[in-house]
Design a protein. Structure first.
Length: 433
């Protein structure tokens, strides 16, 4: 344990400096090139600084055709559509127009429900910025000539080619062109509804080894599996570590978490029908600690700060839930109940920071399980990850894990585990989906 504390103190600060240096020397994509032809603005960073936009210049080339097609479609809708009306799109690619009048060409991946107008929830791929996310509140219009599935309030799903304007969603379906108010829009997913398009996964692996005068090593594996549709977000995650020194195991920890979020109102608030963790830790004396709960959450805010050459982004969520904790110890002193059953209140907060044009992403997750039936079983755990983009699929990922139990239970041999555990891991991560 002392070695872990020393390693954390010795390496966290240099690692932070290395992250800053990595971001400084990466290309500043926002200044590298423009997506459209000369005269078409595409400095997206200026479109999301939250300030009053400057009057946009007149777009030219493909963006001009897209803008003209969208204006024509809106005018046709106002005049009334015939049953055989079809939308004339201005290009075969997807386009975003920001509230500043700037345009970005590429491929719309999805619009997710969380936070909607408040959160960074539009996922878009372009040759200029690769995979990017934006807040829907900064998007003036969307031009999408591909078949997508649009989700609306009152459990309405519509598949087809479409345009999203300032006030309307216009969709060309097999039954004809349909229009909906934009403020009823909850989500957009790629293509007609297909289960495989709703899933994504992320896997990271880190290891270390020494041989000679000291024989020791460790392996850490982390993975997450996520499923998003227009009103739900579900995920499971795993963080496992095994270590040895001189042929003796000195780390053996497996932590799994799971959650389901329901975005019933398409706004800041959401319901959590299930959230929890499962923990096995040989050296914390846990054979199993299970803590399922149910509650709700709120997307507090997102804030963007525009710098001279890049933009920074900050997001904050808070969740709370009531739950049941089952604890079975590997061994206990005489007279100590094993297993134990308790009730608890969970408070969880989540921060996300994106900076250096989103090439560096910092995520911090803190969870407190306040056990009101046996206060000594109260526990806390926190994770912090720094994700540095290497390619669209691979990332460099240092991560930190903190676990604390208020009053650890004494073992049968009379020893008591330490209250705090710390772990620092550097790994390579692969993202799919």
């Amino acid at each position: 344990m002392q070695v872990a504390r020393t390693a954390a103190k010795r390496w966290v600060v240099p690692m932070a400096l290395a992250v800053g240096a990595a971001g400084f020397y990466r290309p500043l994509l926002a200044l590298a090139q423009q997506e459209a032809q000369p005269g078409v603005q595409s400095q997206v960073s200026d479109a999301t600084d939250g300030s009053a936009p400057a009057p946009p210049s007149e777009p030219a080339g493909p963006a001009s055709k897209v803008e003209s097609a969208m204006k024509k479609t809106q005018a046709d809708v106002e005049r009334g559509l015939t049953p055989d009306y079809t939308i004339e799109f201005g290009d075969t690619d997807d386009w975003l127009q920001f509230t500043t009048g700037e345009w970005l060409r590429g491929n719309l991946r999805s619009v997710r429900a969380k936070g909607m107008e408040a959160g960074e929830n539009v996922k878009f791929y372009s040759q200029q910025f690769y995979s990017e996310t934006f807040s829907l509140s900064y998007v003036e219009s969307i031009h999408c000539p591909r078949i997508m599935t649009y989700g609306f309030k009152s459990n309405v799903d519509v598949s087809g080619k479409g345009m999203v304007t300032k006030d309307q969603v216009i969709i060309e379906t097999e039954e004809g062109v349909k229009t909906y108010p934009r403020n009823e829009l909850v989500s957009i997913i790629d293509g007609a509804p297909r289960e495989r398009t709703l899933w994504s996964t992320r896997l990271s692996l880190g290891f270390s080894a020494n041989a000679g005068n000291t024989n020791q090593g460790s392996v850490n594996t982390q993975f997450t599996v996520l499923r998003f549709d227009r009103r739900t977000a579900a995920g499971i995650g795993y963080n496992g570590s095994i270590g040895y020194a001189n042929d003796a195991v000195n780390v053996n920890r497996h932590l799994a978490d799971f959650n389901v979020h329901l975005f019933l109102w398409g706004g800041r608030f959401y319901v959590i029908p299930i959230i929890g963790q499962l923990l096995y830790d040989q050296f914390q004396n846990y054979e199993l600690r299970a803590s399922p709960a149910a509650g709700g959450g709120v997307h507090i805010f997102q804030k963007r700060k525009q710098r001279r050459k890049h933009s920074n982004y900050f997001e904050w969520d808070i969740e709370s839930a009531l739950g049941y904790q089952f604890t079975r110890y590997l061994s206990t002193a005489t007279g100590v109940s094993n297993p134990q059953n308790d009730g608890f209140v969970m408070v969880r907060t989540y921060w996300e920071f994106k900076f250096i044009n989103r090439d560096v992403d910092i995520m911090i997750d803190w969870r407190t399980i306040l056990v009101y039936t046996t206060f000594g079983n109260t526990n806390h755990n926190a994770t912090a990850k720094v994700i540095i983009k290497i390619t669209d699929r691979f990332d460099f990922q240092p991560s930190f894990l903190f676990l604390r139990t208020r009053e650890p239970t004494q073992r049968a041999d009379g020893t008591t585990p330490a209250k705090n555990d710390y772990q620092l891991v550097v790994s390579l991560a692969l993202s799919l989906g």
